[in-house]
Design a binder for this molecule. Structure first.
Ligand code: SF4
Length: 338
């Protein structure tokens, strides 16, 4: 997992391929899904369902303290489904059992990110949807999360087909998390998969920028710093697919020097992809979770308690120089990026 060229970085590609070889049973159209019972994460969860392989996330729609509203995914979900934001904030989550980054703030136990078949089970998407249909309550928003769901990009079109088969595609919204680490989607998906994703009305995907520069990206993920630029390249390719795309931005760092310049550079990079792309970004407030409190180092805690607020201020100031108050008030789903 550790890259010999940079002893402190994960070999994201070797690790990702190794995880994919376990996470996916292509001949059975099955994906390895984490069991959340007995995990450290379980104490942060209100409602584990689907026999332990799913959970319901009650996303707050109130502004976060000293931060503001984190509007994803319930803003676009409510808009697409024509339901209230409150209703769209109750979200069904399934977690892929592997990830090729190691973010210190990850709300998932690291042991649920290594494709451990003893802590997970293979599901076809039809069986995953069947287990959801047995529940007394089915949330309107279904989030494919992880882990890194796009280590197995097949999951998304398979899930869409299963939701269509179950006649749930019109009444639910499908949301895909992506850590923007790999290009497997372009390598393994067929044209018909991309066509399905483009034509599936109630679908949105979010890429998570894990830092605002190479240094903060490495600090947050343990991936090589230059992979920060890979995140931007993948983002550019995703935008060209014309899918409905949103972004989280993680603002923790152990280095908050020259923040104004760093945010200008980040905005330059995003606007090179599309002039309006920064208006689709929702800064993600990093908070403590049960799995993170034990493993967090003092520099990481300081980044969470102090530095991310400085970076947020710099991000907002940089945005105000480039966009009018009216543009900044636009709901993210109304921002044109195609
Ligand atoms: S990319 Fe996501 S799932 Fe992976 S370690 Fe980071 S926060 Fe956790």
């Amino acid at each position: 997992m550790i890259n010999s060229a940079n002893a402190k970085s994960i070999d994201v590609d070797e690790f990702g391929l190794r995880l994919r070889s376990i996470l996916l049973k292509k001949d059975e159209s099955a994906i390895l899904i984490s069991n959340l019972i007995d995990s450290d994460q379980a104490s942060d969860i209100h409602n584990i369902n689907c026999d332990g392989y799913g959970r319901i996330w009650h996303k707050s729609i109130l502004p976060e303290e000293n931060w503001g509203e984190i509007v994803l995914p319930y803003y676009p979900a409510a808009w697409k489904l024509g339901i209230s934001r409150e209703e769209a904030s109750t979200i069904q989550v399934f977690q892929s059992a592997g990830c090729n980054y190691r973010c210190w703030f990850c709300f998932v136990d690291y042991r649920l990110l290594v494709a451990d078949i003893k802590k997970a089970k293979y599901f076809t998407c039809d069986s995953l949807v069947s287990s959801l249909k047995k529940e007394a309550f089915i949330p309107k928003v279904i989030r494919l999360s992880g882990g890194q769901p796009d280590l197995t990009p097949e999951w998304t079109p398979w899930m869409m087909k299963a939701l269509i088969n179950a006649n749930l595609h019109e009444t639910t919204y499908l949301w895909l998390d992506d850590n923007l680490s790999n290009d497997y989607a372009w390598r393994v998906l067929r044209d018909e998969d991309w066509d399905l994703m483009r034509s599936y009305k109630n679908f949105g995907r979010v890429g998570c920028l894990k830092g605002f520069d190479p240094s903060s990206f490495h600090f947050n993920t343990k991936a090589p710093p230059e992979h920060f630029y890979r995140q931007l390249e993948i983002l550019k390719r995703l935008l060209e697919t014309r899918l409905d795309l949103y972004l989280y931005l993680v603002l923790t760092s152990n280095n908050i020097s020259a923040l104004a310049e760093k945010m200008e550079r980040l905005l330059d990079s995003l606007q090179e992809i599309h002039l309006n792309l920064p208006l689709r970004v929702s800064p993600l407030k990093i908070k403590p979770y049960s799995p993170t409190v034990y493993r967090m180092k003092s520099s990481e805690e300081f980044a969470m308690e102090n530095n991310q607020y400085c970076a947020l201020t710099a991000w907002r100031e940089a945005l105000r120089k480039r966009f009018s108050p009216q543009e900044l008030r636009l709901p993210c789903y109304e921002v044109k990026i195609h």
